[in-house]
Design a binder for this molecule. Structure first.
Ligand code: GYE
Length: 320
């Protein structure tokens, strides 16, 4: 066989292989994902994890950023239904108000997976599964750390200000509840002010400024529902001439790099971990759900607690 003939034969073989693989290969899974927004370091890491996992798993991802608005998420879900995606995943900004659009997805026979945040629906069959953290436990962990710390000064009253996450969101509701449950063990621990900072640095700073204006030196502890609000508040505390981490104990949740930096600088006392790297698990579960396999209704992420004392040692291991 001469060289030309061999090449021709080779390309014919390649061509027929390409053709047949186009005919027989399973079409790529198409996922519509409605993200909450880009409000925090946690969210940035979460988005990246989902996009990277989709890419490496060969999932075609239609990604929509809702800018913290439920109406945008409803619109995105409706457009995914219209586009006949294989599966819809979303992280619901707030817990309530999802029944109608979830029923629309069901009527179109498109399975729905919740990631990160839960919904409050009476009919749990409206979604296939929920992958994410136990936010009540995170709140309890924050509260337990504080209880332990308060044992050093058993007679002192401990005045706490609380920066809540987005009003009506699962993490804000649950982290408040869990923390209150834990600190109830010691009546000296009291929440004297509580307001939302919408999970952002800018709002966290603004609300902390207001707390400092009205309560001043009365504040012993700040409990923030996420690291970003804590970091914003730390700035407000410094601008008020106080030392965060010393004059005001700062407790927060997420465990992002910015929190570890603040702990190493002595400005944050503890962060409770909340893992945003849900992408891999989501793609796996999505394949199973679309293939009709039974999946667990609740998939809980594993997490730890990092006090400032271990921050420098742990920092190099952090992935977000
Ligand atoms: O803690 C916060 C983000 O839903 C767990 O949302 C997530 C929370 C996270 O904005 O930083």
């Amino acid at each position: 066989m001469n060289v030309t003939r061999r090449t021709l034969l080779g390309s014919a073989l390649v061509a027929s292989f390409v053709l047949s693989s186009q005919v027989f290969a399973a079409p790529a899974l198409v996922m519509g994902f409605s993200q909450v927004g880009a409000e925090s370091e946690w969210r940035t890491a979460n988005t990246l994890s989902i996009k990277e996992a989709a890419k490496s798993d060969g999932v075609t991802l239609k990604f929509a950023d809702a800018q913290q608005k439920q109406e945008n998420q409803v619109k995105a879900i409706r457009s995914f239904i219209a586009q006949k995606v294989d599966v819809i995943a979303f992280s619901p900004v707030v817990e309530s108000g999802w029944e109608t659009v979830l029923r629309e997805a069901r009527a179109a026979k498109i399975p729905v997976i919740l990631t990160d945040r839960a919904v409050n629906v009476t009919d749990a069959s409206l979604y296939a599964t929920f992958i994410g953290s136990d936010f009540v436990e995170e709140g309890r962990r924050a509260g337990r750390w504080l209880l332990e710390r308060a044992r050093k000064t058993p007679n002192a009253s401990v005045n706490i200000v609380e920066l809540q996450g987005t009003v009506g969101s699962a993490p804000a509701i649950d982290r408040k509840l869990g923390f209150e449950q834990a600190i109830a063990a010691n009546p000296k621990l009291k929440i004297i002010r509580s307001q939302t900072g919408d999970f952002t640095r800018a709002k966290g700073k603004e609300v902390m400024e207001a707390f400092l204006k009205s309560q001043g030196k009365n504040i012993n502890v700040l409990y923030a529902h996420n690291d970003d609000m804590a970091i914003g508040a730390i700035q407000a505390i410094e601008e008020a001439g106080l030392k965060p981490g010393v004059d005001i104990i700062v407790v927060s949740i997420d465990g992002v790099k910015g929190a570890f930096e603040a702990m190493i600088a002595g400005k944050l006392n503890v962060t409770v971990e909340c893992n945003p790297l849900l992408g891999k698990q989501l793609m796996q579960v999505a394949r199973d759900v679309v293939a009709g396999k039974t999946v667990p209704k609740r998939i809980v992420t594993e997490e730890g607690v990092f006090p400032a004392e271990v921050a420098a040692k742990e920092f190099p291991n952090r992935k977000y």
